[in-house]
Write a protein that binds this ligand. Structure first.
Ligand code: ADP
Ligand code: MG
Length: 296
């Protein structure tokens, strides 16, 4: 690669909100065979909203929301932001500062009036040995809704669940059409979210079920990328979250969503898209292809 060809690409890219950390990523663009996407905050807007609160075990909607927002106080996750936004909207004022912890791909915990409180998915409840009511084992998510569901517990006891909606980002479909136009033909979705939520997005984007993987932890996401590479694929992975760090590092090109991503995701990315949405992903890949042509 001539340094001047790389520099000639990196400068204008930066002006379009595409930060390229090394020229080698430009040259990799033409070799990419599979583009893998994180779901929440990458394909979807990640601007989530609480739609339904289902109290159980004798609790009330208000109590479920107070407990959930207390547990989520220190979490940067879009689910946490949705719950805290709903709490604020209904006039709930949380006392004291959060001292809780959050667990990528699982949930968050804190205390409320001295009692341990917790929000997360089924796996997280299992790991914390919190039994879930028979009625809660069935999820309430409607097919084809971009919805996810989290369980809430106080003092080691399940008290209800919260449904949270998401929407496909307005740029996503157009970006995928541009990628197809550029000749990229194989896509996959990997998410920590549940199967129904993943499938609804995959259907909308015409990504086959066989390329849609749900319920993944950060290490599973990394393994997914590594397995593809083992089969000879060159992988571009696009993600936004803490749970995407290892996969972003592993990928041949790790692309971080700059408008949403946390520091870890950004440090792990070779390329950062500063604009919201995926519209500059095809711009970057096209530029990379063009640059490596001039290098030859
Ligand atoms: P994605 O891989 O699509 O970006 P995440 O890995 O961020 O999704 O989250 C996966 C799942 O982990 C969520 O759907 C939720 O069930 C659970 N989860 C992660 N963080 C939290 C949190 N702070 N509060 C509640 N649930 C969480
Ligand atoms: Mg994400």
């Amino acid at each position: 690669a001539t340094p001047s060809a790389v520099l000639a690409a990196i400068g204008p890219a930066a002006k379009q909100g595409i930060l390229i950390k090394s020229g080698s990523f430009l040259e990799m663009c033409k070799k990419i065979t599979t583009i893998v996407f994180d779901k929440t905050g990458t394909l979807t807007s990640g601007e989530m909203n609480v739609t339904t609160i289902i109290p159980e075990n004798g609790s009330t909607q208000e109590e479920v929301l107070i407990i959930a927002s207390s547990a989520e106080r220190s979490s940067p996750h879009p689910i946490a932001r949705a719950i805290l936004k709903e709490a604020k909207r209904t006039g709930i004022v949380l006392s004291g500062v959060g001292t809780g912890r959050h667990f990528p791909g699982k949930g968050a915990e804190d205390t409320w009036n001295g009692a341990p409180v917790l929000v997360g998915n089924r796996d997280f409840f299992k790991k914390n040995s919190i039994p879930v009511l028979e009625s809660a084992k069935q999820d309430n998510i409607q097919k084809n809704m971009y919805e996810t569901e989290v369980l809430v517990a106080k003092n080691g006891e399940y008290i209800g669940k919260i449904l949270i909606s998401d929407t496909l980002h307005t740029d996503t479909k157009k970006a995928l059409a541009s990628l197809r136009h550029l000749g990229y033909s194989q896509y996959a979705i990997i998410t920590g979210d549940n199967k129904k939520a993943a499938q609804a997005i995959a259907d909308e984007l015409e990504i086959p079920e066989s390329m849609t993987y749900s319920g993944l932890l950060p290490s599973d996401k990394e393994k997914f990328v590594a397995d593809l590479q083992e089969k000879g694929e060159r992988v571009c992975f696009v993600g936004d979250g803490t749970n995407d760090g290892p996969a972003l590092i592993r990928a041949d090109i790790g692309v971080g969503m700059g408008s949403r991503a946390n520091t870890l995701a950004l440090e792990s990315s070779g390329v950062i898209l500063m604009e919201q949405g995926l519209s500059s992903l095809p711009t970057f890949l096209k530029l990379g292809k063009k640059t490596s042509q001039t290098i030859k």
